[in-house]
Design a protein around this ligand. Structure first.
Ligand code: GLA
Length: 389
């Protein structure tokens, strides 16, 4: 049975009523441009075919009822529309609650309560943006239900606002943007400072995008993500004393090398170096993609991993093992950790003929070294959020 049909059927069973609308929003994998989206830089993610669907119906009272088929143990969670408050929710429902709250803030208050049901195929903690998918799917379903005139770009901004202010994770715009604005067969090249974007076709007739889950769950709610942001702010304020700039990613590598002596703390210096060079790599990666120079693209992915591992220090031993194993396989064009880090997934570009051997040899060796069962997904760039019912 298709997942939308399952969602609808389960909705009827659970709430004993017809859903009025359902929307799907995908997860994302970032190809390059990591930890640049809060430094005014570029990112190059693609939406996935995997994601989360949300079915909704109006209620006649003030209640919001949430249920996730992916977390059945949590049961139906109830909130009151009029009592939604930032940082008040410890449950998974903080994400959709936050979206409903952020919609009201943006001038689209809900006139009544809702029953909501969620169903997806990207587990939380994999680093494939299940939280952004949850936010954007909620936004898309609710906006369509009430006929709110909110385009997908604004749905992304509402999702980010929900996550920043309501959930309390200080993330950038990349994940929500990829989820809302992704396009089948394409990566999205986004300037996070201006929100200007362009689609970059991923023409890879002889290669596959392979995602491998380390099975180490990551969490951005931990302090490390927010620590990195603060370290970048410190670096920027020092560089601003010697350069005219408003963002780390607006500084070229040459400019940076000329003035970076102003940063004395070696940790802060490493963080800034990552942001500056990663943005440069991302722009060059787009050029390589445009020229169909897949090997140059892969080389930049490898450099990105090394920078995230050594300078930004957001990788973890398991992701490093996976990535180093990948680099050693002939036919692997490039590989790096993807997403916020501290666990989650590696993404690699692999020659089609080598994919089977690549996955087998890496998962075997990884199991030997870590006792963990890595999971592979052969990914296809999918379509951004859309109404499915
Ligand atoms: C997480 C955040 C994004 C971005 C990445 C790192 O996925 O949600 O905004 O900062 O980490 O590139």
């Amino acid at each position: 049975m298709r997942s939308t049909e399952l969602l609808i059927e389960r909705f009827r069973e659970l709430y004993r009523a017809e859903p009025e609308r359902a929307a799907f929003a995908p997860g994302r994998v970032n190809l390059i441009g990591e930890h640049t989206d809060y430094n005014g830089g570029h990112v190059l993610p693609c939406a996935l075919e995997q994601g989360i669907s949300c079915a909704v119906r109006r209620r006649t009272d003030d209640k919001l009822r949430f249920y996730s088929m992916d977390i059945p143990g949590a049961g139906v969670i109830e909130r009151e529309l009029s009592r939604l408050a930032p940082l008040s929710s410890e449950e998974w429902t903080a994400y959709p609650e936050g979206v409903i709250w952020a919609m009201a803030e943006a001038g689209y208050p809900l006139p009544c309560g809702l029953d909501l049901l969620f169903y997806g195929d990207i587990p939380a903690g994999m680093g494939l943006s299940s939280s952004a998918a949850l936010e954007v799917a909620t936004g898309a379903a609710v906006a369509s239900l009430f006929g709110f005139n909110i385009d997908n770009k604004d749905l992304a901004l509402i999702g980010k606002r929900a996550e920043n202010a309501y959930v309390g994770v200080n993330c950038g715009i990349m994940d929500q943007f990829a989820s809302a604005m992704g396009r089948r067969g394409n990566a999205v090249f986004l300037d996070t400072a201006t929100l200007e974007y362009a689609y970059a076709p991923l023409r890879m007739p002889d290669h596959e995008l392979v995602i491998i889950d380390s099975r180490v769950k990551h969490s951005l709610a931990g302090s490390a993500y927010n620590d990195r942001r603060r370290e970048c702010e410190t670096a920027l304020s020092l560089l601003e004393t010697v350069l005219e700039t408003d963002a780390l990613c607006h500084i070229s590598p040459d400019q940076f090398e000329a003035v970076c002596g102003v940063i004395e703390d070696p940790i802060i210096l490493k963080r800034a170096r990552h942001a500056v060079y990663e943005d440069d790599r991302t722009v060059r990666a787009l050029e390589a993609l445009t020229k169909n120079d897949i090997w140059e693209f892969g080389r930049l992915m490898n450099e990105s991993h090394i920078s995230l591992r050594d300078d930004y220090e957001v990788s973890c031993p398991e992701l490093d093992i996976l990535t180093e194993l990948a680099w050693a396989v002939p036919g692997c064009v490039g590989a790096r950790m993807t997403g916020g880090g501290f666990g989650g997934c590696m993404v690699a570009i692999v020659e089609k003929a080598a994919v089977k051997g690549f996955v087998e040899s890496i998962t075997d060796e990884y199991r030997k070294r870590t006792a963990l069962e890595a999971r592979a997904i052969i990914a296809e760039p999918g379509e951004g959020a859309h109404v499915v019912y």
